[in-house]
Ligand binder design. Structure first.
Ligand code: MN
Length: 242
């Protein structure tokens, strides 16, 4: 079982990486399930991810209640994370972001699908959750558990889902994999828009997606992690801690 201090350090690093790779800007967040308390998760206070420090990290129940806020203000959309952890016991990390290239696939009939081997871990096809279907006119923000659970239902057993006119959610079995999938989700969306502008697109076949997913392991993910840590000026830490 991973040591809490190591997990907290990695969570700071994940925040910085996602900012440096253009997945988050001043907004968006990454969380990790508490390594000793599966009914809790860890998340920064409401702050731009590139600015996140250890002292910003807070503990939450899966319902999104802070365990000891110490005056810190939490992110409004923490319910996205709690609802996914509640629905998916195997999930150890969740990312919510507004990465720009994903947005068009939530507001058109074009579905986001993997078209490059590195991107297969985004899943066979990325579903779209439309908050308007159940909640009508809103600010589009996921501000309570009802909304979070509805989004988690669309996500189902998948690694990714888009949120119409808003962004996306990524769920993974490790923090490093959640970062990986988030980065390659943005890349795939960017490439798919370019490819569609050129003509008909040959996507990965379902069997190819499965083949890539089955060979994506901690060794490969750590290689990406080490690279992203260097770019974000963070120590890579012990590899394969998860
Ligand atoms: Mn958001």
């Amino acid at each position: 079982m991973a040591d809490l201090d190591l997990v907290l350090e990695e969570l700071v690093t994940a925040n910085r990486i996602l900012a440096h790779e253009g997945v988050v800007d001043g907004f968006g967040h990454v969380t990790v399930r508490h390594p000793q308390r599966p009914d809790r998760f860890l998340m920064s206070r409401a702050r731009a991810p590139d600015c996140v420090e250890l002292a910003d990290l807070m503990e939450f129940t899966l319902e999104g209640d802070p365990v000891d806020a110490k005056g810190r203000k939490p992110y409004l959309e923490r319910f996205i994370h709690g609802a996914v952890y509640e629905a998916r016991p195997e999930i150890m990390s969740v990312v919510h972001n507004h990465s720009p290239s994903t947005i068009p696939f939530g507001i058109t009939s074009k579905r986001l699908r993997p078209l490059m081997h590195m991107c297969a871990t985004i899943g066979h096809e990325v579903p779209v959750w439309d908050i308007h279907d159940k909640f009508g006119d809103t600010s589009l923000l996921v501000t309570d558990m009802d909304m979070g659970r509805d989004l988690a239902k669309t996500l189902g057993a998948r690694p990714t889902a888009l949120m119409r006119g808003h962004g996306c959610v990524v769920a993974a079995e490790t923090l490093r994999k959640a970062v990986w999938v988030s980065i390659y989700l943005e890349l795939n969306a960017n490439l798919q828009m370019k490819a569609m502008a050129m003509g008909d697109v040959t996507f990965l076949s379902p069997g190819e997606v499965d083949a890539v997913i089955s060979r994506t392991n901690a060794f490969g993910i750590d290689r990406g992690w080490e690279y992203w840590c260097r770019r974000a000026a963070r120590p890579a830490g012990a590899l394969e801690i998860d």
